[in-house]
Design a protein around this ligand. Sequence first.
Ligand SMILES: O=C(O)c1ccc[n+]([C@@H]2O[C@H](COP(=O)([O-])O)[C@@H](O)[C@H]2O)c1
Ligand SMILES: Cc1cc2nc[nH]c2cc1C
Length: 369
Amino acid sequence: MSLLATVSSADLPEGAQGAFEEARARLGPLDQAALAAAWSRQASLTKPPGSLGRLEDLAAQLSGIAGTCPPPRPLPAVVGVFAGDHGVVAEGVTPWPSEVTAQMVGNFLHGGAAVNVLARRVGAEVLVVDVGVAGALPAGAGLVRAKVRPGTANLAEGPAMTVEEATAALDVGAALASRLAEAGAACLLTGDMGIGNTTPSACLVAALTGLPAERVTGRGTGVDDERLARKQAVVAEAVRRLPADASALEVLASVGGLEIAALAGYVVGAAAARRPVLLDGVIAVAAALVAVALAPACRDYLVAGHRSVEPGAGAGLEHLGLTPLIDLDLRLGEGSGACLALPVLDAAASLLAEMATFEGAGVAQGPLA
Ligand SMILES: O=C(O)c1ccc[n+]([C@@H]2O[C@H](COP(=O)([O-])O)[C@@H](O)[C@H]2O)c1
Ligand SMILES: Cc1cc2nc[nH]c2cc1C
């Protein structure tokens, strides 16, 4: 049976109240004993020390997350595709109309989007969550209906949402992550859909890293030079308007998005349940910056799936101290880059679990002195 069929979500968003605070309170550090056991086991495996490069770090991280050595494989895995719309599209920051958000949700539910293809290929399930779509959504099964409000307000004119709305979206993400983990998900991948969402993502990256708007604002789905200049001005002004003493939650409410807030909650919820989080592109990176600002210990549960072309992604990952697994010039979102990275994570876990030791295989443990 599908993992998703066992996850209850009919009570959302109301039934999620308090889920984020609960997750934040439960969140703990990596298991140091499991980490040490992983490094000691790495040293006993039939390979020159360090020869599996970053796969060795990943396997150790997975051990520390799960609290066991060797770690479990990151399967079954779920891609949470959080969808929302953005009032800031009124500023001409994207060449696509907002209606495409709802239309793509329909495409996800029919299995025809890139993320569906990639998830099928790597053995992940796609969970589509409406936290803030403005347009009419298709009837039928498969969609988690957890709308907090139908799209954000225009962040160029005022706060995108209230602190209460941002909190409700954080709660939806945290509750879903915790329910998915309980249902047996071993790894949570991030996905997103929201026309205009590279603008609030750039705002969050600029606000939370301190980098200038021009440095972290890119072309998103493909704006021309004129629209890019407008987009950079919108981001710069929105960030300039933030009070110097604004909390991370206030920054999220002021210049964020509903799906970004839900993703931040999903990150913290997954980390609290001791599951690795595989990040996708710039929207996931913006959400991760928010998550780490609100609950710093979740940083160690993050794995950067890929480096999106969108400049805020690379800048945000650098700020978080994360090196992406894959760099294929992607700028799609949906969770596509996270899906592509899942087999790498699986390889890291499997190598630590299944390789023979020098002693077991009768291989001399060098190198010679
Ligand atoms: O993942 C990324 O880094 C990424 C980069 C550029 C665009 N996107 C996707 O494109 C949409 C937002 O682009 P835009 O130009 O409308 O802001 C949204 O649905 C994202 O999933 C995603
Ligand atoms: C067609 C389309 C598909 C997408 N998938 C994620 N963002 C998207 C934006 C557009 C415009």
